[in-house]
Design a protein around this ligand. Structure first.
Ligand code: FUB
Length: 450
């Protein structure tokens, strides 16, 4: 009975997870569009799934619905559950599994959730809107998609000129009407050739003349009098994140360079968004950490992003640590390290048959280490617990900001167990370092006690 009540509470409130990179730990979460509403960060990702039996394209993107997640510290994330599903949108072809990269913006008291999918009528992609009173829904989809948009990956920019502009696909852009559901009547129109077909397109192509091979996933924003059009495109073989700047929302835009290089492991796509939260800029992007052999199942990540004085953007490097201050009294996944020794330390999946179980840090060799920055010990910790195992037994030292605060002995054994040590002098926010003094060890996580 108690269990049922608890499950119901979790379903009503959403379930919370604590995370570094990737930030969502129990499902795939691609194309993360982050927005700040009411002092919280909301992430609206695509929801990659493994292709079910009724979907033939086993090696292709497969998405049936959307969830929304939120956090007030970029570390603890609440899953508010499913907000829109392919089978309840009147214009979407059911079982098309094409609920690709979305966006959500607030205007005039409502939240407008924009999403691409495969329409029942005609081919290709259309973009629809679902509307809610709250960022987590419930969202009510409009019966028809937006007329004039054939494409994927919508992004809405609310410019300081008072207008809202929608960008989509490979960098097309048009003004929206005040109702946020239709393209404005005064948009430019141009005739574009698609193979041997000529089509009239609404709006303008903002990436004209810029590096734009296989460009998609535009994310546009305004900062300090500049408009930024950021987008993934293929520089050589896979996608990089690039950006261009303009003084006008609809361009012309001037290419400025890269925000992120290709994915180090060959994952073909990247897709991102940029927000300012509590005075710091962040880049949300994706990687296929939970599915290293399948780059169509991806997971959202975050890094800090910095501007130069002239408004250009500094290159962002991918990390496992990600962002946010970690609570010392919750599980600290040190495999999401901020630094690691050149020798004797590495990370492995806990269970390759269920990668959502996460990773472990594997160390052998004296002085092998991992560092994990920004751990909040609050008023102080008295004990540390290492969830660990060791073939032959191990001694581990733990440091905070360079000072040794604990020693832990891990007894030899085949299964993970909890091994603890007394803690001295750990309070406030400190950088953690876990060093192997002797033996061999696998650590799932460390956690402190008051
Ligand atoms: O997630 C499906 C597609 O992959 C997105 O719409 C693109 O931007 C790429 O990330």
């Amino acid at each position: 009975m108690k269990k049922i009540a608890l499950t119901l509470i979790v379903l009503m409130m959403g379930c919370t997870m604590m995370a570094q990179n990737p930030i969502i730990r129990d499902q795939f979460s691609a194309d993360p569009t982050a927005r700040v509403f009411n002092g919280r960060v909301y992430v609206y990702p695509s929801h990659d799934i493994l292709p079910p039996d009724d979907y033939d394209r086993k090696d292709w993107f497969c998405m049936a619905d959307y969830h929304v997640f939120s956090s007030d510290n970029l570390t603890d994330w609440t899953d508010h559950g499913m907000i829109v599903t392919q089978n309840k949108v009147p214009w979407v072809r059911p079982n098309s599994y094409s609920m690709w990269a979305p966006d959500c913006v607030y205007r005039n008291g409502k939240y407008y959730f924009y999403f691409p999918s495969a329409p029942k009528a005609g081919g290709g992609f259309a973009v629809g809107v679902a509307i809610a009173d709250k960022p987590e829904g419930p969202f009510v989809p409009e019966p028809e998609p937006i007329k004039g948009i054939n494409g994927i990956d919508p992004c809405v920019l609310q410019a300081s000129d008072g207008n809202a502009y929608i960008f989509w696909g490979n960098g097309r852009c048009a003004k929206l009407k005040e109702n946020m559901k239709e393209l404005a009547d005064d948009n430019p129109r141009e005739t574009v050739r698609w193979g041997n077909r000529e089509m009239e397109m609404v709006g303008v192509s903002c990436l004209q003349g810029l590096p734009n091979r296989q460009a998609e996933g535009p994310f546009a924003f305004e900062y300090n009098g500049n408009y930024y059009l950021t987008y993934p495109y293929v520089r050589e073989k896979t996608e990089v994140l690039g950006y261009a700047m303009s003084k006008n929302p609809m361009g012309p835009y001037e290419y400025k360079g890269l925000i992120m290089e290709e994915q180090p492991n060959g994952c073909w796509t990247n897709h991102h968004s940029i927000i300012n939260f509590k005075g710091q800029w962040y880049l949300f992007y994706h990687h296929n950490y939970y599915s290293p052999n399948d780059d169509k199942r991806r997971s959202a990540c975050i890094e800090k992003l910095f501007f130069n004085e002239d408004g250009t953007i500094q290159l962002v490097k991918q990390t496992l640590r990600g962002v946010g201050v970690s609570n010392a009294f919750k599980e600290i996944q040190i495999d999401r390290y901020s630094a690691i020794s050149d020798q004797g330390a590495g990370i492995e999946y806990l269970d390759t048959l269920n990668r959502f179980e996460g990773w472990k840090t594997v160390m052998n060799g004296k002085n092998a280490f991992v560092e994990y920055n920004q751990v909040d010990f609050a008023n102080g910790a008295r004990e540390v617990v290492c969830r660990a195992k060791s073939k032959g037994g191990a001694n581990v030292s733990i440091f905070a900001d360079g000072t040794k605060i604990a020693s832990v002995k891990v007894k030899a054994g085949a299964a993970f167990g909890d091994f603890s040590g007394k803690v001295k002098n750990a309070a406030g926010v400190k950088d953690l370092k876990v060093v192997l003094d002797k033996g061999d060890v696998e650590i799932d996580y460390v956690k402190f006690k008051k």
